[in-house]
Design a protein around this ligand. Structure first.
Ligand code: MF3
Ligand code: CO
Ligand code: CO
Length: 278
């Protein structure tokens, strides 16, 4: 059985209980999502050959501080950084470090800024210098996979419809969907109910209702879907070391469809129009 509750003012995850948010939650998420999206725009010119990901992390930290926000990942379950930087065959949760980015890398930057207690969670792909046609295509497929999931995120559909839409698009493009990480409810909590799987069967899972707020964040691989976690306890990589890409938006289900809280204010969250040209 599925239980929905009016989102409580106190943030507490209860298994199987899905919070439904009102105008206050949507207003809070609009603000947090907009700031996260602006930060991801602002980082764009720094994602260049020679720049260490630790520098990008520092810029994000300072951006948050200067805008009255806190990155949700600092001190999150022992994580110490403001964002995740997942390069090439890294699927997600890559840790910023002092190694300079190299021409041809593709990097996902995943940032969650907390504004007035609300979590704006978003990630995008950034090409470093000139990337291969193969990498470019993977980024396009990943972006379109997110778009397919969004198209299914309407009231009356289920969480399974979102996953099925993503999976059928991605697999139709001869890529694979990572199973080990999922989208999630988001709001006053960083990770809330429900889980949003990026694969699945139409009509299964939780019916989508106006007021639900969650992320969709498919990870798409050029090779097989399997991942392993490195000894740092965080970094997830493809087992076959093929390239992986990810895009993430935070959204709210409305009466008629959905609202995306993390749209790029500069209109540069679109791999078809490479960030470089913006
Ligand atoms: N932002 C990630 C997500 O989309 C979570 C990162 S948790 C971290 O849910 F600790 F690895 F940063
Ligand atoms: Co997320
Ligand atoms: Co994220």
């Amino acid at each position: 059985m599925i239980t929905y509750v009016d989102a409580p003012s106190k943030a507490r995850r209860t298994a199987g209980v899905i919070p439904l948010h009102g105008e206050e939650g949507f207003a809070g998420m609009r603000k947090a999502g907009a700031l996260t999206a602006l930060a991801l725009d602002v980082l764009t010119p720094f994602v260049e050959p020679g720049v260490p990901t630790a520098t990008i992390d520092k810029i994000a930290y300072e951006f948050a501080r200067d805008h009255g926000a806190v990155p949700a990942t600092v001190f999150y379950k022992g994580y110490r950084h403001s964002l995740c930087t997942s390069i090439n065959h890294v699927v997600c949760h890559g840790i910023p470090d002092d190694r300079p980015l190299r021409d041809g890398d593709i990097v996902n930057i995943d940032l969650t800024l907390v504004v007035d207690g609300w979590h704006g969670d978003s990630s995008r792909m950034y090409p470093v210098g000139e990337i291969t046609r193969k990498a470019e295509r993977l980024i396009e497929v990943t972006y379109e996979s997110l778009a397919a999931g969004l198209a299914a995120a309407v009231p009356g559909n289920t969480t399974g419809d979102i996953g099925a839409a993503i999976q059928s698009y991605a697999e139709g493009e001869r890529t694979s969907v990572v199973r080990d990480f999922v989208g999630h409810g988001v709001g006053k909590l960083f990770h809330d109910e429900p889980n949003i799987m990026h694969f699945g069967t139409p009509g299964t899972g939780v019916p989508l209702r106006p007021g639900m707020i969650f992320t969709i964040e498919p990870m798409i691989n050029l090779g097989r879907p399997h991942v392993k976690i490195l000894s740092d306890g965080w970094t997830a990589v493809t087992r076959d070391r093929t390239l992986s890409a990810q895009c993430e938006h935070s959204i709210g289900i409305t009466e008629t469809g959905h609202e995306i809280f993390t749209l790029s204010p500069g209109g540069i969250f679109n791999p078809m129009a490479p960030a470089k040209a913006a």
